[in-house]
Design a protein around this ligand. Structure first.
Ligand code: SAM
Length: 232
């Protein structure tokens, strides 16, 4: 399978294993991952967010039930929502999730925006688990032409050390633990190159309450734009 499919397979396996009910896909683009997640048994609420609405709008109707599903509705509830919005902005619709996925998203942010994104994701949305995938710059020496950036759209690509250092900072600041893995390996490649796509799987420490003591619960104003809603 393609690297993109392998990344999505990783998420699907995680969902099958950990059974989150509420899943939010940040940077969902053409909704490809959402289209796979909607079939998984335990998922009851699926949300996609992207700053660019064009690919979402083109493909969002593919999230609707198939004719057969209308005729013979399954017994599990499922609601799907798509929002146009930026992961650097707080919106109450992004809170309360069991899992947030950020598949090849962060390298599309300006490096200077990553701190804000981290604050919004781990400090405000504070999902129970987070899967972040991003290109591993250490792997680029194995790619044809040894590119510095794999596509010009990327604002940066992190080495394994850089990714781990960002992730450890997150864990300390927001009360998460992280495990590192990845997808895409070349047979007989040097061990130090790692995976083509590096992945961090974060889990919120259970001792952490949702509202830190002393913090006022502020009035949340929605800033995202709802594009699509489907209740099965
Ligand atoms: N996650 C998808 C996948 O697995 O195939 C596609 C990732 S695509 C390479 C990156 C996506 O992130 C694009 O759709 C882009 O519009 C979106 N994006 C970039 N900056 C964003 C931001 N600040 N907030 C939300 N989405 C953003």
């Amino acid at each position: 399978p393609s690297l993109g499919t392998q990344r999505h397979n990783f998420v699907v396996d995680f969902v099958q294993q950990h059974k989150p009910k509420k899943v939010i896909d940040l940077g969902c683009a053409d909704c490809r991952l959402l289209r796979r997640l909607r079939f998984l048994r335990d998922v009851e609420f699926l949300v996609g967010v992207d700053i660019k609405s064009s690919s979402m709008k083109k493909k969002m109707h593919s999230l609707a039930p198939f004719p057969g599903e209308y005729l013979q509705p399954g017994n599990k509830p499922l609601t799907i929502e798509l929002y146009e919005g930026s992961v650097t902005e707080e919106d109450p619709h992004t809170k309360g999730f069991d899992l947030a996925t950020c598949i090849e998203l962060i390298e599309h942010l300006q490096l200077a925006e990553v701190g804000r994104f981290s604050e919004v994701l781990f400090g405000y949305m504070e999902p129970t688990a987070v899967i972040v995938s991003t290109p591993n710059a250490d792997f680029n020496c194995l790619l044809p032409g040894r590119p510095k950036l794999r596509i010009p759209d990327h604002k940066f690509e992190w080495t394994q050390v850089e990714f781990r250092s960002w992730a450890s900072g997150i864990c300390g600041a927001y009360g998460y633990t992280v495990e590192f893995t990845g997808v895409g390996k070349v047979a007989n490649g040097p061990e130090s190159s790692g995976f083509c796509s590096q992945i961090g799987v974060f889990n919120r420490e259970s001792s952490r309450s949702n509202v830190p003591p002393g913090n006022e619960v502020t009035e949340d104003v929605p800033v995202y734009n709802l594009l699509y809603r489907m209740e099965y």
